[in-house]
Write a protein that binds this ligand. Structure first.
Ligand code: UDP
Length: 246
């Protein structure tokens, strides 16, 4: 089966993916490797947008559990995503890749505001666009920001980077016989509460027919293989027969 090569992708990286071997913050080895993989994808002429989470720094829900006001916690979480985004921008620039952080919260001394048309212009000019501060609103997640931005910016494919090889019937770390799905529909993910992304993000993908591929960000080279049409991880689409295009 010949798979269509996407022209514009959006990669969702969780903050935790950046932890690598460190307990807190960012493992330089991990961010440099991811930057290198993004450069390789860019060199194929694919337009690349990235949304980064902030779970390696703060999550609003966790802070609220500790007694903090939830909205303040979410603001702190969003600022955490800006920190991660600046780190990725730096790692890309060290490799000679032009990149721009665009934030949903105004923070003009450190990065641009997210303006859709400007973001698309950056992509067209081969810059990697790193979308920071999630949606800019509390009570949302960066998963939802990723599907929102991918849809707004007409991405062909949303790639959700995780620490396992796709979507499983149960947590493969706890249940070694858990089955990996190669194909799922949005409704299967939602009905079985498969925990791929939060429900809002999956519903947005479903309602806008945006293909979603879940893969292991720690397996070197898989990102490029996916772009080149290899069937890696789990593909989530409207129906199994629409999968050939994603
Ligand atoms: N956040 C938010 N609104 C958004 C996106 C993120 O308030 O649109 C906050 C929220 O507190 C969240 C934190 O930023 O917990 C970090 O994002 P997320 O948990 O999605 O990061 P990840 O789990 O991907 O590392």
């Amino acid at each position: 089966m010949t798979r269509k090569i996407p022209k514009r992708i959006l990669l969702k990286l969780s903050g935790e993916a950046l932890l690598g071997g460190v307990d807190y913050g960012i493992d330089p080895e991990v961010i440099n490797r991811i930057a290198g993989e993004l450069r390789d994808v860019r060199e194929l002429g694919i337009q690349v947008a990235v949304v980064i989470g902030g779970g390696n720094i703060f999550r609003g829900a966790g802070l609220a559990q500790g007694g903090m006001d939830r909205v303040t916690g979410d603001h702190m979480g969003m600022l955490g995503t800006v920190i991660n985004s600046l780190a990725l921008q730096d790692a890309l620039e060290k490799l000679g890749v032009h990149a721009r952080v665009m934030s949903a919260i105004k923070i003009n001394e450190v990065c641009e505001d997210y303006i859709r048309r400007r973001a698309i212009r950056h992509l067209e000019k081969s810059r990697v666009v790193i979308l920071a501060a999630g949606t800019g609103n509390p009570f949302f997640t960066t998963d939802t920001a990723a599907s929102l931005r991918a849809i707004e910016m007409n991405a062909d494919l949303l790639l959700k980077a995780t620490k396992v090889n796709g979507v499983f019937s149960a947590d493969p770390a706890k249940f070694p016989d858990a089955e990996r799905y190669t194909r799922l529909t949005y409704d299967q993910v939602l009905d079985a509460r498969l925990g791929v992304m939060d429900a809002t993000a999956v519903v947005m993908c479903r309602d806008n027919d945006l293909p979603l591929r879940v893969f292991n960000v720690h397996t070197k080279g898989d990102l490029l293989k996916i772009i080149n049409g290899e069937d890696i991880g789990t593909l989530v689409t409207r129906a199994a027969d629409s999968a050939a295009d994603a």
